[in-house]
Ligand binder design. Sequence first.
Ligand SMILES: C[S@@+](CC[C@H](N)C(=O)[O-])C[C@H]1O[C@@H](n2cnc3c(N)ncnc32)[C@H](O)[C@@H]1O
Length: 291
Amino acid sequence: MNRPRLFCEFPAGLAAVSLRLQGGAHCRPPISRCGNKAGFSQTILGVLGLHSGQGAGAYWWAEADPDVAALLRIYPDPDALREVARIIRGWTGEEPRALWERLRAERRARGAARGTVEKVAGWMVSADWAYRQGNPDSGFNPSTATGRSAGCDTFADRADRLANSAISAPVRVSPCIPTAAEVAATIGTPGDLSGCIIYMDPPYAGTTGYTADLPRAEVVAHARDFADLGATVAISEAEAIPDLVRSGWHSVEITGGRVGAKRTFSKQQREIITMNKPPQYTVPTQSSLFP
Ligand SMILES: C[S@@+](CC[C@H](N)C(=O)[O-])C[C@H]1O[C@@H](n2cnc3c(N)ncnc32)[C@H](O)[C@@H]1O
């Protein structure tokens, strides 16, 4: 597919798929958070007919969690990312649990990270080292915090790397998913979203853990709304979405398309994409040698 004129990640989480589209294999979120699609991003792009590093004319991310949204807002700002890296490097050498307790206490005292890079830096470390990654209120996870790959220098290096591949295309971050009409009007083609891709990655039905939720009925309503204006729409879930499949949408299983470490928190679940166009790539399934 040609370079999309707009790529939306609704909701965005850490926007792992957008980063992969824009910056290629080494352009990844600077922290881990439950549900992030970094390991599946190449496969998801393939299913959409896109490839790593191809880029998009613009990006639009919707994210209800204000801490996450604060991080997303600095993705296109190399100076802010380098400042985050500098602040986090300043914490190198502090005992991990004491540092984490301090950062979490500071966050509780001031509320969400909205605002300064200091707050974003503090949230990043307290979120990544949490038992449920992304949620500091779930408690400290010593094995993540003291693992060699998770020290302060690692966060700082990742923020620096993201700064070096900073997204140069226009980026918009919204606290909730905009309507299709609003998106089309904002990009200057009222009523027309052809050439645009809407990748939806909601909290999976029946799961909890995020501060915000997005019921299945709303996901389906948004998906139809965007498809009606000509966008390519794809939704990640643990199952094919029955309402959409009944309307002739396609579904493709990508569980085997994960690259890198397996999920450590959630039990292994299926990953299915439901979309309004035929998938452009399917994950090869290996049939058992010992049936
Ligand atoms: C599975 S995660 C997205 C992961 C993302 N694709 C990535 O790779 O990082 C789902 C996200 O939906 C957000 N969310 C939940 N309800 C929402 C809502 N009503 N509006 C916007 N975001 C919402 C959660 O905070 C969470 O970040």
